[in-house]
Design a protein around this ligand. Sequence first.
Ligand code: DGT
Ligand code: CA
Ligand code: CA
Ligand code: ZN
Length: 609
Amino acid sequence: MRKNGVGGGAAAPHRPHFSGLFLCKHEVPEGNILMTNQEIAQIFYELADMLEVKGENRFRINAYRKAADQIASHPRSIADVAAEEKLQDIPGIGKGIAGSITEILETGQLDDHRKLRQEIPAGVTTLLSIPDVGPKTAKLIWESLGLKTIDEVEFAAQTGQLQKLKGLGPKTEQNILAGIERLRARQAEPTRVLLGDALPLAERLLAYLREHPAVQRADAAGSLRRRTSTVGDIDLLAASDDPRSVTDFFVELPEVGRVHIHGDTKATVISHTGLQVDLYVLSPEQYGSLLQHFTGSKQHNIEFREIALAQGLSFSEHGFKREDGSLITCETEEAVYGTLGLPWIPPEIREAQGEFATARDGRLPQLIEVSDVRGDLQMHSTWSDGRAELGEMARAARDKGYAYIAITDHSQGLGIVQGLTPERVREQRAEIDQLNVELAPFRVLAGIEVEIRVDGSLALPNDVLEALDIVLASVHSGMRQDRETMTHRVVTAMHHPHVDIIAHPTGRLINQRERLNLNFDAVLQAAQETGAILEINASAERLDLDGEHARAAIEAGVLLSLGTDAHSVGGLDAMPLGVAMARRGWAEAKHVINTRPLDDVLELLNRTD
Ligand code: DGT
Ligand code: CA
Ligand code: CA
Ligand code: ZN
């Protein structure tokens, strides 16, 4: 269970504009309590917001945000790093910011921040968290109408006062009202952290635990083990005959920012990145039932217990209890399910979506594994908005053991991103051909992520697309179309003869942007008609398709592809997240095209010449 306000600080580090939303109040810690990295970062985020409202130098503002990102996501305590005088080793932290951090650590606050706060009320910077309200608008509303809170702005908008301001107008006023509504809806739900942010932390903590001499086994449980796109907290389990020594060790780990509960078999802490971590320790004989219980989902466990009760057994994390009160303990999860006559059910499908009936019938899917994936079918290079050169990306992918990749830089037509023109597509092709000579038998497919324009046409001419090995099409612009228009737009692109894959089909950005207004059934139908493939985009903030949509696609007989959408070499590491979504969608290897050998993929794409 999530405790008070936890996770509130877990605003993902590279989304600074969100910080104001989740961490409006910064409370100066009392006494000797060390500040968490998240709390220190928050001061810099707010400072940046206030400077932005004031219209200060953008470089300075960006420098603070960058530093705040680094601080918030730093795995070790910034206070410890400061004590070692190593602050300036952190990228983005120079002498000035290091000095500010020291000031915060010594006094609990930052003088520059405090002075600005006297000038600009806290409410004004929270206005920035309204979608469609930037610093200029926030400043205008505050200075001309004296409005300081979201409630006041809402009232002003409802009573038509905003549209009278210079440069705003009725349309902006409506957008602001709608934005406030969306903001409220988002705030009503507790912040959930991206799976991609939580997993590395969980893995680091597990690595420590597994090294502890009294720990026999340690695993993640909860939503993290089920690989939901976001997690509320991290649940860790350990098997040990000396649980107290394990919780003692755990609360002292360098990732731990604060300790909420420290008991004999349980500990709850807040990490420096602001995420709650629960640890449960039981003896090795009970480990299987512990794992099953704390993996969930809650609904899966409810169905599980009903099945147990029907067999005269009541189940808890300690094991099964017979009606006569005697206990059946289970060392493994296989034994837990086995006791009820069931095969082991993979955690990713423990969502009470028919897994028990399927398991009983012996028809559980053989879920796809990371090792089944032979190539990565979406990535970018410096030819568009990637940060690594094409050759670097290709070599890094080859070194990961892939047999092939697709380079899919953005086409022109996105507005902001520098996309490829027909001319540059041809230039890039020459570089890809050269690489294929050097790297054979590894193969770089010449691809593109072509923009689907508002009317459903593509942002590159047919002859350019035809000459490529693989064409991904996707929506990045004009995203607010109504359902009918948007559905028509995507379906039209799917019918285009050269489109192979629709990338990140539902368009969500987790915690940032809702899905496209799309009739997904119509998309599935178009995929059936055209053979278009739907992508599972593995990048942590997309995870699109997610498990639910992937399952619907598979049930409709639609094929899937996996791509990391990497914009850097590090981005290639996201593949397991995509595989996790596929597994949550009950996908087997055969449902995902890039588990196939290259020749089969090319044949499927009709590109065998
Ligand atoms: P989250 O943290 O919101 O992403 O989702 P979970 O599923 O990790 O939920 P959490 O952390 O509250 O609990 C972890 C698991 O422990 C949950 O999936 C099932 C089990 N569990 C927790 N509380 C209960 C409960 O009251 N009843 C049952 N049957 N299981 C529970
Ligand atoms: Ca928990
Ligand atoms: Ca959890
Ligand atoms: Zn894209």
